[in-house]
Design a protein around this ligand. Sequence first.
Ligand code: SF4
Length: 356
Amino acid sequence: MTTLTKEADVPAPRDGGSGDAFLSVRDLYVHFDTEDGTVKAVDGLSFDVERGRTLGIVGESGSGKSVTNLSILGLHNPRTTEVSGEILLDGQELTGAREKTLETLRGNKMAMIFQDALTALSPYYTIGRQIAEPYRKHMGVSKREAHLRAVEMLEKVGIPNPKTRVNDYPHQFSGGMRQRAMIAMALVCNPDLLIADEPTTALDVTVQAQILDLLKDLQQEFGSAIIFITHDLGVIANVADDILVMYGGRAVERGSVSEVLRSPQHPYTWGLLTSMPRLSGNVNEELTPIHGSPPSLLAPPSGCPFHPRCGYVDEVAGKSCTADRPLLPDGRGAACHLTAEQKRTFFVEQIKPRLS
Ligand code: SF4
């Protein structure tokens, strides 16, 4: 896990984006039919990502981060999954799009980097072939051209001796090199949207930093929009421009990285921050986990989904955390019934001192 230390570690805000969403998700619902009932994995989610910017989606396991992104890629089984809402990629509607259309877009216009390269790469084919094949398929080039492109991509992601290593199988690469190879595979067709799902979780901290730098460099070169999924706010601070905090299949807070990390507004975000190790902290200091468990997606709590774990329920006046669902405002904000003044005061007086 990356450590986040104090305000000084939060990057200065980058210039705001153009405001033109390359990917626009509106009122997305993803429900799975199971023997026990309907699992509401994503329950009314909206967000935008612009070209050249990185949106970090953060939340615990089961918060709906990965399910959201599999929906964008159209990778759910339509027989067991109901996806509704609007997913516009460069103006093109993906919800309900035909599999052939999605197949053309995957790898070409949008691509994904998975957490575990060893299971994402086939053990039966060389690294080079796995990079070259999608390029050949989408670009209609010859085998030789695709092979040269695979070598070029391996070089771009920093694999030494790419002309030789292109003929290696995945098991001949180290974990960090396999992750780089998967990035090369994802970027080979210059996708406009790159979805990275916990791409550095399995790597040691040094390699993790190298991979994050590589993604930033490649984004500058290709101008891709990136969605970066992680449970680690330290990683988000390093790579993202904007943050979406998810809880129980819903977005509970959003804003730019500097806004959310310098003045978070939602009690769940406060919990994520205070449960992280800090470089400046006392080594004997115990971390404060968020008590309780993530909500059941089969029978989500009424009102605010965070209320069974929230220590601020009694502070809310005029609304009921157990009955009234708080809405996430457009733009910067948090889905919480506390007043703006309460959010600011509780953060400054109770949370911030624990982060320094
Ligand atoms: Fe906590 Fe209530 Fe805010 Fe939900 S709405 S985060 S339960 S204070």
